[in-house]
Design a binder for this molecule. Sequence first.
Ligand code: SF4
Length: 319
Amino acid sequence: MTTTNLAVPDPGPALRLLSLGAGVQSTTVLLLACEGEIPRFDVALFADTGWEPRAVYANLDRLAAHAERHGIPVRQVSAGNIRADALDPRHRFVSMPLHTLNPDGSRGLARRQCTAEYKITPLKKAARELLGYPHPRRVPRGVYAEQAIGISTDEFTRAKDSGLRFLRNVFPLIDLGFDRARCLEFLAERGFGETVKSACVGCPFHGNAGWRWVRDNDPDGWAEAVEFDRAIRHGYPHATKQGQELRGQYFLHRSCVPLDQVDLDAPAKSRTKKHLRLISTESAHGVEEDGDPDGCSPWSCRSGEPIAGTGRGPGERAA
Ligand code: SF4
């Protein structure tokens, strides 16, 4: 009996996209494409939460100008301003991973949906539109965009599928054997050694090093974070306006102390071998001494556990 191969040949990607977090790894990927070391991108997409450090926006502007000179457009997509939305009583609840102090003294972490809402959703929407099938049009089978994600070899466990038929993730740094140290070296050689990590100014996943960086390098951002921390002490304005029962207090800092009262310069009480290893290889804002190593990249969020399209990590729990 003869068999017939019914497999349809892969026509290849209709588009090549880069999910640009503007941190160390994705900046390296973009520069590699500019140099022709990896296939060019049709578009690099940056999901803007509206509350990144000034240094990230400055780096993004410089990077975009560089990429455009090499024929790669950088586009910003956005679902709004996370800070303004969270403080707006008329805006639907924005769920950031706030630290919670419950009435019985126990602590928790609020569920995180912000990465999905402010980063992944607008990126998916843009990919559909660029493919020519904006929601609710169905993307035909076989039509897809290849989406490069900046994940280095030292964090390969974060490499995940997008979970979407029309978006196939690829990981050029892993293919090239680039670890984070190699990325830093590569960026320094090209005059991008000052690339700082990308994460919201007021991200509750910052460790002390991250908060110190905001305090010492972005005074306006620090003032905004302190004000935000005060404003959410008893929950988001939208939730309290709805008359939801107060179940404790909310904080940006993991110690559940008001941000402007935390001693950010005190040595960390306990450091794991992993953290010590990270500190020894890192620059000022690249690694937290007691927390998030590398910022919030949409599809490979380094803030907490990998999210793989869901926008939340398995370790997250309701307050
Ligand atoms: S950086 Fe933090 S607050 Fe901002 S989207 Fe990511 S997890 Fe949420």
